[in-house]
Write a protein that binds this ligand. Structure first.
Ligand SMILES: Cc1cc2nc3c(=O)[nH]c(=O)nc-3n(C[C@H](O)[C@H](O)[C@H](O)COP(=O)(O)O)c2cc1C
Length: 258
């Protein structure tokens, strides 16, 4: 089992510790930063997403969305539309501005969510079950291109999702499941051992935007941190070392609104 006391150190900030200040980061050493997002294979099947504002919020007003937000675990058997999915992806990881050769940091993106040092260490994977016009399977979101990259098909995906989510069956029943996989070197390159706390904090912002964006479309979601690490990473074909899931969230229709 994990050592509780040792783990508490991860929750603290050590940015002014002499050890941290003395150690050079890869950025300090002039090592090239990792790419902003994973490579897209030349023969990949890519689905362009509609503009993020091609769907209108059903529930207007940020205050209403904040007030009404709850974790929703019961979904109808309905599908969600590509326009809705596009809005949710934009709200969680959408790129607003890209700067090439930003200071000595290479390409840096500024997005709809904050991220320590604008490192944005996540890839968003999607298990798509019922999105109108999209073949079920595992996809990756390209935030730079605002598109979906088809990765592979998976048989019995609902069953596998439930198992990977430690038996939380609403995950397997959802039309789409969001997975935020961390590429830890994105943060480590700049913040060394202090990056890990920051990257976990980053994930919270991403998921909160999903909650609020879903609420505005009268869709439902729930944050999930109680999952099987190896089963989730295996399902997405992640190596579990340089890339692994830190958070996931099923999204579904909670009322027949469309
Ligand atoms: C970090 C985190 C992890 C969570 N993990 C799970 C989970 O694995 N399964 C689940 O059903 N809910 C999970 N939740 C949702 C919480 O249970 C929920 O937010 C809490 O009960 C408060 O309810 P509310 O979101 O409706 O206000 C998680 C929430 C957070 C923020």
């Amino acid at each position: 089992m994990k050592n509780w006391i040792t783990n508490r150190e991860l929750m603290k900030s050590h940015f002014d510790a002499p050890k941290f200040l003395e150690e050079k980061s890869d950025q300090d050493r002039g090592v090239n930063p990792p790419p902003v997002e994973s490579r897209i294979l030349p023969d990949a099947v890519e689905i362009a997403l509609p503009e993020h504002d091609s769907v209108k919020a059903i529930k207007p007003g940020l205050a209403n969305c904040i007030l009404d937000r709850v974790s929703r675990r019961k979904y109808t058997t309905g599908s969600i539309t590509l326009e809705e999915l596009s809005f949710l992806l934009w709200a969680t990881q959408g790129v607003k501005k890209t700067i090439n050769a930003y200071k000595n940091r290479g390409t840096v993106t500024f997005r709809t969510v904050p991220s320590a040092g604008a490192r944005h260490p996540f890839e968003t994977y999607l298990a798509i079950n019922r999105v109108t016009g999209v073949k079920p399977g595992i996809y990756r979101y390209s935030a730079l291109r605002h598109s979906l990259i088809f990765l592979f098909q998976e048989n019995n995906i609902g069953e596998k999702l439930t198992t990977a989510a430690a038996g939380q069956s609403f995950t397997g029943e959802a039309p789409v499941v969001f997975f935020w996989a961390c590429r830890p070197y994105m943060g480590e390159w700049r913040y060394k051992g202090e990056s890990h706390k920051a990257m976990l904090l980053d994930a919270g912002h991403v998921c909160q935007n999903l909650y609020l964006a879903a609420e505005s479309l009268q869709l439902g979601t729930v944050a999930i941190a109680a999952y099987s690490q190896s089963k989730v990473d295996d399902l997405l074909h992640l190596d579990g070392v340089d890339e692994f899931v830190v958070y996931l969230a099923p999204v579904g229709r909670v009322k027949e609104t469309r």
